[in-house]
Ligand binder design. Structure first.
Ligand code: SAM
Length: 280
């Protein structure tokens, strides 16, 4: 069987988040291409993995590719790891994976931890449609341009941010998305001081400005999408029904709301029932 390039996810904090398969693969390959060999050596030591490591990072990836492809072509299996989480996700590896494919070498994912997905799974924002935006620019002017492009997206957006930039970045988000937009803040996931919170951007700005600990460690921001027309119509309907329900019965309030907005009577009635708590 021809050799394979395994793309192996490693923990993002808690060492127990290593999969059995990841350990087996890393023990069985001839070579591990690592973003930082010193960093990966610690993980390998913990799991008693003695496979040789070679550095493969953003600055030498192009030169290393030929060497690694030669090994693969000689029938030796190779694994790719990054410092933490899933390689290629805001981490090196794309050029190597592409080159392996171009040479007809099978690329095998060995899935595991990824900060973006871990954050999305726990912050409590819609996860049916989302985009991963990686890191925003460190330059404010560029960052504002990027945020303005994202502003009208109606899906959830996942952003990685460095701790020393978190306050500036969130401040820019408040100015572009508005203080009321919901945001998930996932800091130090799987580590001792893990913080997972959902609040408005305005509240997050105060939260991190008032607590310097929140400006430390590793952070993922999950931004709620912009309200859709349907959301806005629902909000308007709720406002109207809540007002009418102060003086009218559910039936009369929903009838009037339907007349005024053109919404179906059945829909207005159901919503009026929910708002009045009559169907509790
Ligand atoms: N490849 C990694 C992954 O699969 O998530 C991401 C690597 S990227 C260089 C590092 C960024 O990921 C950090 O700046 C932070 O935004 C996010 N990150 C990584 N580990 C994290 C953790 N334990 N808690 C929160 N964010 C984390």
């Amino acid at each position: 069987m021809s050799a394979q390039l395994f793309v192996v996810a490693t923990p993002i904090g808690h060492l127990d988040d290593m999969t059995y398969r990841a350990i087996d693969v890393l023990k069985s390959v001839s070579l591990i291409a690592a973003e930082d060999t010193r960093q990966s050596a610690l993980l390998m030591k913990h799991y008693d993995i003695s496979t040789p490591l070679t550095a493969c990072h953003d600055h030498n990836e192009s030169n290393k590719i030929d060497i690694i492809i030669d090994k693969l072509k000689n029938g030796e299996n190779v694994a790719l790891v990054s410092d933490a989480g899933t390689p290629l996700i805001s981490d090196p590896g794309f050029k190597l994976v592409r080159a392996a494919q171009d040479h007809g070498i099978r690329v095998v994912p060995v899935p595991g931890a990824c900060a973006a997905i871990a954050a999305l799974s726990a912050v409590g924002l819609p996860s049916d449609h989302f985009s991963f935006e990686g890191f925003l620019s460190s330059k404010q002017s560029q960052r504002l341009i990027q945020l303005n492009k994202l502003k009208d997206n109606t899906h959830t957006m996942i952003i990685y941010e460095a701790p020393h930039r978190i306050l500036d970045s969130v401040t820019d988000m408040v100015s572009v998305f508005g203080a009321d937009r919901e945001v998930g803040f996932a800091r130090e996931i799987t580590k001792t001081f893990e913080t997972i919170k959902k609040m408005t951007l305005g509240d997050l700005q105060s939260f991190i400005a008032n607590d310097h600990h929140q400006q430390k460690g590793e952070i993922v921001l999950v931004i709620a999408g912009a309200a859709t027309e349907k959301d806005m119509q629902q909000e308007e309907l709720d406002k109207l029904l809540n007002r009418l329900l102060q003086n009218l019965s559910v039936k009369a309030a929903s009838q009037l709301a339907a007349d005024l907005t053109g919404i179906k009577k059945k829909v207005a009635y159901q919503r009026a029932l929910e708002l009045s708590g009559a169907n509790d």
